[in-house]
Design a protein around this ligand. Structure first.
Ligand SMILES: Nc1ncnc2c1ncn2[C@@H]1O[C@H](COP(=O)(O)OP(=O)(O)OP(=O)(O)O)[C@@H](O)[C@H]1O
Length: 247
């Protein structure tokens, strides 16, 4: 099986304080993988390492046949500035930037693609709404429409269903499953184990270090959860100094 992303002795952190330690595993191309772990386990940090926003302190992230330009990333809702004066249409159209350039004019066919993406996430009629007036769930649908247009081979989702109602979650899971059916690789940070069990065949459990990575039923056990909590006891505090020497 070819891999989409490989982590090789990867250590990521902030101001030289590691938040993810010596991670060594591969994400198969076309897989649908959940990243789980306690608060502060380094899950968001890992996604930032994959996007390249955070450079490794040690080790590396490598990609199989894809390039960083093939990655689409949905950050946590709290990291998105909704006061920016944009309409739903403007925000979704940003998904075409790779093709149109930042200030490129949208062609008629581009506008149609934007409208189609908005309709695909159930937001028909919201095209001209300012994003600041959207509910949390409507905003998440808008961001998924932008991801649809990005047409990426690797999709990174950071807590995509947090603070989103059950109906919206079900609709957006439908979008994720379609991406999986199209052969894209999906890596999603999730807290809801029912969602993980029902829809994500593979799970990576993180607690600053990797706890385990494999078929979801084998990963989500009471024993692994207990180990993760123990490994992550210090997670509530600031990232500590890594005691392991660089290989
Ligand atoms: N920008 C930053 N500067 C300094 N430390 C940071 C920064 N972002 C995260 N951290 C620290 O890195 C560690 C891992 O954080 P991260 O957000 O990756 O965890 P997480 O598993 O995604 O947590 P949660 O489930 O609470 O979202 C935490 O100790 C956090 O305080």
């Amino acid at each position: 099986m070819t891999y989409a992303v490989a982590f090789k002795d990867l250590t990521l952190g902030y101001d030289r304080h590691p938040a993810v330690h010596h991670l060594e595993t591969r994400i198969d191309e076309g897989s649908l993988t959940a990243i789980v772990g306690p608060n502060g386990a380094g899950k968001s940090t890992l996604l930032k390492g994959v996007t390249g926003a955070l450079a490794p302190l040690e080790g590396r992230v490598s990609f199989g046949t894809l390039a960083r330009a093939d990655i689409a990333y949905l950050p946590q809702q709290s990291e998105i500035d909704r006061t920016f004066p944009l309409s739903v249409m403007d925000l979704v159209a940003m998904g075409l930037w790779r093709r149109t350039g930042a200030f490129g004019q949208l062609r008629r066919s581009d506008r149609r693609s934007v409208r189609d993406a908005i309709a695909a996430v159930g937001l028909d009629g919201f095209e001209n709404r300012p994003i600041g007036s959207l509910s949390g769930g409507q905003m998440q649908r808008t961001l998924f429409a932008r991801l649809l247009l990005q047409d990426a081979r690797l999709v990174l989702l950071d807590e995509p269903f947090t603070a989103v109602d059950a109906r919206t979650t079900a609709d957006l899971i439908g979008v994720v499953r379609n991406w999986h059916g199209e052969g894209r690789t999906i890596l999603a940070v999730l807290h809801d184990e029912d969602v993980v069990r029902s829809h994500f065949p593979t799970t990576l459990m993180l607690a600053r270090e990797m706890v385990t990575h494999g078929p979801t039923a084998q990963v989500l056990t009471a024993e692994n959860r207990f180990r993760a909590r123990q490994m992550c006891e210090a997670c509530a505090g600031p990232p500590h100094i890594c005691g392991r020497s660089a290989a």
